[in-house]
Design a protein around this ligand. Sequence first.
Ligand SMILES: O=P(O)(O)OC[C@H]1O[C@H](O[C@H]2O[C@H](CO)[C@@H](O)[C@H](O)[C@H]2O)[C@H](O)[C@@H](O)[C@@H]1O
Length: 354
Amino acid sequence: MVLVLSSGRKKFGRCGLSNKFSTRTAQNKEEVSFQRVSLKMGLLQLTANENGNAILVSQSSWLMKHPSALDTFEQMMNIARGRKIVVFLDYDGTLSNIVPNPDEAFMTNKMRIAVREVAKCFPTAVISGRSRNKVHGFVRLDNVYYAGSHGLDIAAPLPSSKYADQKHQNRIADEMGNEFALFQPAQRYLPAIRKMLIALNEKTKSIKGVVIEDNKFCISVHYRNVLDEHFCTLEKLVKSVLQDNRDFRISKGKKVFEIRPDIEWDKGHALEYLLETLGFSSSDDVLPIYIGDDRTDEDAFKVIRNRGEGFPIVVSSTPKDTMALYSLRNPTEVNKFLSRLVTWRKKTSFCKLV
Ligand SMILES: O=P(O)(O)OC[C@H]1O[C@H](O[C@H]2O[C@H](CO)[C@@H](O)[C@H](O)[C@H]2O)[C@H](O)[C@@H](O)[C@@H]1O
């Protein structure tokens, strides 16, 4: 059971009206003491839903709604038996731990081996908010497909039917001569993004700790290392840049503002695009698995839920509002899950040798 105990919070909360139940601004002493006692006893946990509202949830009831993909592995595989599994993986917080410096979010070699082995057994793609080149640089595997900029930059197999004539598509070849289709539906926004990068760097340069990350078709403004008292100033500055660029939208990830073109294309569309170009559009026995930890991954979870087939798995160690059906607590558990998937597959079928 999820107890929603407050509403009416402004979008990003901290600089606007605060939560009725936030410890800093609870309206009366009873509310504060109820909350503190409950939290102390471990009965309740405070978290935020998609809209930034504070909610109290019980960890165990959350796990009943989103069971561990490790604990329910056998049941999941009973459903998967005989189906064509396709694996989609988010990068930050899923394949790598969240760390203070975005340039140092390396994945472990153990994780790389697990992903490489999974990709030998099932078509596998990494869909990240990072630029495609950057995420490729972190993962460093050639048997995996990559989508960067929250799905706005996809290198996929040469397209089949539906996407064959799409105008945002180009053929490219890698050093080995393998040909890919590069799908970049936000090309026309590149000049504006370059200008926004300059404006953001200029406007925020006096705030210590801000990191502006160029993700090609998106921009990340990181505030993990910004002092609390500077957060509202930063938020205002970022919003002011957005006001001059109405074709863009802003969302909030883990201590980061994510700015991207306001077009109808997200990680969910990327998942559908990849399924299509991988040749699974007409198969009714395809089973996508998507593992991700952040808000932008919810778009992909939603697509899987709407298809009615597949396993959306959220990575989170605390209860949160999610469309995912299963959960894993952290990248270590993701690693275990991927390894079990490979072992299961090898028992029932062959995987590629190379
Ligand atoms: O879609 P993803 O692959 O999950 O990318 C989402 C954002 O992840 C990165 O930021 C997050 O991870 C950083 C490294 O651990 C951390 O320092 C930061 O606070 C997190 O927000 C990445 O740097 C962003 O560009 C991505 O948009």
